[in-house]
Design a protein around this ligand. Sequence first.
Ligand SMILES: NC(=O)c1ccc[n+]([C@@H]2O[C@H](COP(=O)([O-])OP(=O)(O)OC[C@H]3O[C@@H](n4cnc5c(N)ncnc54)[C@H](OP(=O)(O)O)[C@@H]3O)[C@@H](O)[C@H]2O)c1
Length: 342
Amino acid sequence: MAKKSGYQVIVVGAGMIGNEMVKVLRQRKFPMSELKILARSSRKQVFDGVEYEVRETKANEFDGFDLALFAGTEGEKGAAVTFGPKAVKKGCIVIDNGQDFRMKRKVPLVVPEVNADALKNHQGIISNPNCSTVQMVMAIAPIHKISRIKRVWVATYQAVSGTGTAAYKELQAQTRAWCEGKPIEVKEYPVQIAFNLFPKIADLDPDKFPGYYKEEIKMILETQKIMGDKRMKITATCVRVPILNSHSEAITVETEAPVSVEQAREALKNMPGVVLMDEPEKAIWPHPLIASGNDATYVGRVRKDSAVKNGLSLFCVADNIRKGGALNAVQIAEKLMEMNLI
Ligand SMILES: NC(=O)c1ccc[n+]([C@@H]2O[C@H](COP(=O)([O-])OP(=O)(O)OC[C@H]3O[C@@H](n4cnc5c(N)ncnc54)[C@H](OP(=O)(O)O)[C@@H]3O)[C@@H](O)[C@H]2O)c1
């Protein structure tokens, strides 16, 4: 339960995720006595139908605040690296959406339905996993509880909202241009995304995982950390598709002991935050439009893998901006309240 009737909350970043964070905080009635929004530049901006003053991010803006939800850019000069540790020194708990702290040993990487206990050891910074990792662990954790998963194969179909506001607008602009027979401008991606797809998300990392792009490496390492199982063997192929919002994933797992389709479906049905949509004979399965704007991770097509002993295949879809980002961050904050950690 909340120790305070209202917390002083900062959202850093006013793009796709920052916008959704403000919306989710309001929708879920997170107890706030103050909400401040920071970005690179100051201006007025409408969030969820309400106009807010956006202020330029500076260290003194964190003075006296309880909680800072970061949704700025990543990297050395990004918002979280520049201001996250400073915010912690000023007494804020930081929940970061980017990749900068996720694999640090002392930073909990949390999907509240799966590993909330990791929050107990937080030292000021808590990381939200990568969007494609969040929905995968939501879908496989209930199966892992029945029998340890020793191997995971995943292929993703990732929406352009995952790249941020500019890419979202580019898919809309390219689609419009294509329909009107006008020239197509390519800025955000290596190739045209409208009426196309490509198997590259982020950059290569030849030293650690030759041939893999970093989104794929994140899925591997982050899943192992969240599931607390470094021996879990995972391979991923991440693909950007011309979908505005919500990521889809085709996943096959191999468990140590056999798990029946019925057992897996029952476990998924009982998993908080998961909605089972699995009636293939009636063409009922998850798809991006079903998940968009909603909180659940939708799972369907649960079936025995005919090629692997103890293998199960499934398809899952979630809103990458909500469960893959803003919602998961706010759920972490709610868990901190519930566990008396804030
Ligand atoms: N999109 C997703 O599905 C998703 C999912 C999970 C995690 N994430 C992560 O969440 C973060 C935000 O993603 P997004 O999609 O919301 O990006 P976005 O739409 O491009 O918005 C980025 C926001 O960050 C602000 N910003 C950038 N650098 C900053 C700095 N140094 N200090 C303060 N503010 C800064 C920008 O400010 P201005 O508006 O003033 O330029 C902008 O408002 C990224 O780290 C991303 O990797 C994204």
